[in-house]
Every structure is written in structure tokens, then in C-alpha cells.
Ligand binder design. Sequence first.
Ligand code: FE
Ligand code: FE
Ligand code: ZN
Length: 264
Amino acid sequence: MEKMNDLRDLLKHEIADLHSAEEQIINAMPSMIENASDPNLKQSLERHLRITEQQLKRIEQIHTKLEGKKQEKQGLWSRLTQHSHECKGMKGIIDEGEKLMREDMDPDVKDAAIIASCQKIEHYEICGYGTAKAYAEELNLSDIVEALSKTLNEEYEADLLLSDLAENRVNKEAEGKSTSRGSRTTTSRERVRSEEYEMEMATNSRSNKGNARGESDQSRGSRSSAADKKTSSKGRGASTSSSKGSASRNPRGNTRNSSNGRNR
Ligand code: FE
Ligand code: FE
Ligand code: ZN
């Protein structure tokens, strides 16, 4: 790969990575759909596959936009090599999921395993799209920000839907009839998290419409592991000089990764 000199180059790299990720997801999903037993799960996966096909087109449009005139000047060879980047992260997640699906499993357990793999996929995507969006915001590429936000919100929605399916049906079924109920102590906390999540999604889509820089930053960065408290979303508005450490609390993407491209 050519030398990366600035944030725009890094954005291009992130877009190539996401392109590869989406392609791999499209290839992997049919077998997940086939392996799923729960009709709701099957349906959700089918739906997300169609959405993913649109996302791939969207990322191709972004790629073309970013390359612009430069691409016309370049030869066929460099255009081909630019597209050859393989997202190893997604490959690993998918390989692991496929390996798990080949295990001998009760259908209900397999459904739970499929949801787990899918959510790992979604979280990786949310991270990648969040990062790319933050770069595009920094670079004032508003139409690219808008396109990335659209996909990002779709991934959030897919993730939420999978959580709901798992918590309300599939995990319970996989738990088995012999196990006593009522042993889940985390439900209310999870419910709170999911409400926060929905609020943030709503904020996200509102700010997408206005497309104002900074606004949407408040909606990101606060979703963390189950045990993590929501502490970081306040005071993280349009100001770009966020504290270090906030990035480490956020598994979902760059967002306030203030060191990147900023200290040139
Ligand atoms: Fe996707
Ligand atoms: Fe990757
Ligand atoms: Zn997805």
C-alpha cells in the first residue's frame, strides 16, 4: 500500500477494510440463515443480509467519492490492488463463527451461538463505521458522514434486534427445560442499557439529519461492556479536545480518538 500521509488516506484505508468486511458478511450469511432454526432469527438474518447488500453498494459509492479524480489518473493495476485489501478482523470473527456452527449442537443452542457470532460481526462493524465517520466529520466530508451514519445506524439496529431475540427467546430456549428459571440477575441492568442504546440511536439519527458536527459525538462513546457505567457522554460535545482514556472506554469505534490526524 502507498504511504499514508494524512487522515484522508487513513479514511480510505478504513473504507477499504469495511468494504472487505461487508463482502465477507454477504458470503457468510446464507449459511448462518440455513443453520438457524428460530423463524424470527432466520427472518432477521435474511433482512440484514439484504440491508448488507445495500451497505456494500454504499461503501463502494463512498470509495468512488473519496478516490475522485485521482482514480481516473491511476492505472488499472493500482485500482485493482486498492480493492484487494482483506479485513482480517472480520475473517477471524467469521471463521470462528463457522467453526462453532460445525459443532454438534442442539438447534436452540445453535441459534444462540449464531446470534453471538452475528453480534461480534455487528460490533466490529459499528467500531469500523464509527471510526470512519469520525474521520469524515473531521475532514468535513458531509455527504460521506451522512452515508456512513446511515449504515452505522443500521448496524446498531441489527445489534439491538439480536439482543432482543437472544434475551427474550433464544437464550431462554437454549437454557433447557431442566434448568430452573429466574436465575438471571442482570436483566434490569440490560434493560437500562438497551434503553440508553435506543436513546442514543435516536440522538444519532436526529443529528444525522442536521448533520451538525459534534452533535452526534455525544451519542457515541458511552456504550460499553455490561459492567460499565455510562459516564462518558457528558461534556463531550463539539469540543475535540477530549480526555485520553475516553476512547478506551468505548469499544464501538474511534469517535473521540483525539490523537489521530490531529497532531500533524
Ligand atoms: Fe454491515
Ligand atoms: Fe478489519
Ligand atoms: Zn451488519
